[in-house]
Ligand binder design. Structure first.
Ligand code: TMP
Length: 253
């Protein structure tokens, strides 16, 4: 088989040239990083789970008319996606205080916010992805005011969808991050949800127990990350075929 051209390698994923123009293959690695890659590990099975979970969320968004880069899953670790021009922002939606917001404002984690709050970080590892005001985004031309308004509206729609889906399986969506990209269709430009949506990029707490089922398990050394992600996948019914009778499902395809 011909060697594929690697287009980009990030901390958790690799992008290869796709089979047709305008497409890429997104490969999910098992690598986990936190605190801007100060903490690193390889978590067996994470990539397989995130490939499935991102497929699940992106398909759901596509189905309700929120366009995403997802085309189809190719195999255990890869999915075919549309190539986009990524806007260099992390779009974060928060329903409850946690993480950097809780720290910045001295709030107790889990405090419900008066309404969902959308915030933006500038995607730049050297700077540690700093939080930026909307004013910076338009002034530095990272996005126009119209794009910015659309990004906020999209993020809130993604939040409604994700919160509902998670609530249905007994999980509270505390916050999440998405990335948004541009695609060009002749003279027209459209914004679509890109990158991934998975427990790597969300905070997910069990409604009953408050147990964390997301990457904070790794960031804060709270237990086994694969077990947490497997539990999310199991509840959503997206676990690949299981084999054997053991409690732990075997990921086949
Ligand atoms: P924060 O509270 O650390 O700012 O994180 C907010 C949300 O964004 C949380 O769901 C985790 C997610 N996130 C990422 O996906 N990538 C990142 O690099 C960071 C810092 C957070």
């Amino acid at each position: 088989m011909a060697r594929r051209n690697k287009v980009y390698e990030g901390k958790a994923k690799i992008l290869f040239e796709g089979p047709e123009p305008g497409t890429l293959v997104q490969y999910f690695k098992d690598d986990a990083t936190a605190f801007n890659a100060e903490k690193k590990d390889v978590i067996e099975g994470k990539g397989v789970l995130n490939n499935r979970l991102s497929e699940f969320f992106m398909t759901g968004l596509n189905n309700i008319g929120i366009p995403t880069h997802f085309i189809r899953r190719i195999n255990m670790r890869e999915q075919l996606i549309r190539a986009v021009e990524i806007i260099p922002l992390e779009v974060i939606v928060r329903n409850y205080a946690a993480g950097s917001m809780a720290k910045r404002l001295g709030m107790e984690e889990g405090t419900q916010l008066p309404r969902p709050i959308v915030e933006f970080s500038y995607k730049n590892d050297d700077l540690g992805d700093p939080l930026v005001p909307e004013e910076y985004i338009t002034a530095f031309n990272w996005a126009s005011q119209q794009d910015l308004d659309e990004m906020v509206a999209m993020a809130l729609r993604v939040n409604d969808f994700m919160s509902g889906v998670m609530m249905g399986v007994g999980i509270k969506l505390i916050d999440f991050k998405i990335e948004i990209g541009r695609i060009f269709d002749g003279d027209f430009m459209r914004l679509i949800v890109a990158d991934e949506i998975s427990p790597d990029s969300c905070r997910l707490w069990d409604i009953e127990t408050g147990e964390k089922l997301d990457k904070d398990v790794f960031r804060r050394d709270l237990g086994n990350l694969t077990d947490a992600y497997t539990e999310v996948a199991r509840r959503l019914g997206v676990l690949p075929k299981t084999s054997g009778t053991g409690a732990k499902p075997t990921l086949i395809n």
